[in-house]
Design a protein around this ligand. Structure first.
Ligand SMILES: Nc1ncnc2c1ncn2[C@@H]1O[C@H](COP(=O)(O)OP(=O)(O)O)[C@@H](O)[C@H]1O
Ligand SMILES: [Mg+2]
Length: 141
C-alpha cells in the first residue's frame, strides 16, 4: 500500500528476493520498489514473510537469492551497521521498544548521538540534538 509519491527516484529496489530457513522457503521471489518520499506498508498474514523481508533490507539477516538496490546501486547489506551507513534504519515494534524512555530515545536506540562531556573526554548523550532530530522526522511524516 503506497500513500504519498513525491517523485520517481527509486530509493529501494528489491528484485527476486528469496529466503530459505533450512527447508522452509519464507520468500519466493519478492519484487518491490520504493520511490523517494513514498510511504509503503507491507501487509500480509502471520508468517507471510514481512519481517523476513524487512530484516533483509535492514541487514539483520542475509537473503538466499536476489538483488537489492539502494538509490540505484546494487548493494549486499552485510549488517545493521552497514545498513545505517547507507541510510537504512529500523524502528522495531512493541517488545523491542523501551516504553519507559521518551520517543526520541527510542528513535535513536542503538545509534545514540553523543557529545563531548567533562573536559571534552567522556561522551554523554546529546538528548537535545536527538529530540530536535526526532521532532523533524515526526513532522516530516
Ligand atoms: N529464524 C527463523 N527460522 C526458521 N523459520 C523462520 C525464521 N523466521 C521466520 N521463519 C518462518 O518464515 C516465515 C515468514 O515469517 P515472518 O517473516 O516472520 O512473517 P511475518 O513477519 O509476515 O509474520 C514463517 O513461516 C516463519 O515461521
Ligand atoms: Mg513479522
Amino acid at each position: 500500500m503506497s500513500i504519498c509519491k513525491v517523485d520517481d527516484q527509486i530509493a529501494i529496489e528489491v528484485k527476486g528476493i528469496k529466503k530459505n530457513y533450512g527447508h522452509l522457503q519464507a520468500l519466493r521471489g519478492v519484487d518491490l520498489k520504493v520511490v523517494k518520499g513514498e510511504i509503503v506498508a507491507l501487509i500480509g498474514d502471520n508468517g507471510a514473510g514481512k519481517s523476513t523481508l524487512a530484516k533483509i533490507i535492514c541487514g539483520a539477516i542475509q537473503k538466499s537469492e536476489g538483488e537489492l538496490y539502494f538509490w540505484g546501486e546494487k548493494t549486499d547489506v552485510q549488517s545493521i551497521n552497514h545498513a545505517h551507513k547507507i541510510g537504512v534504519f529500523t524502528v522495531y515494534q512493541d517488545l523491542s521498544l523501551a516504553p519507559d524512555l521518551p520517543v526520541s530515545d527510542n528513535l535513536f536506540l542503538g545509534r545514540e548521538i553523543m557529545r563531548n562531556g567533562f573536559l571534552g573526554k567522556l561522551g554523554v548523550l546529546d538528548r537535545k540534538t536527538m529530540r530536535n532530530e526526532s521532532k523533524k522526522a515526526l513532522a516530516a511524516l
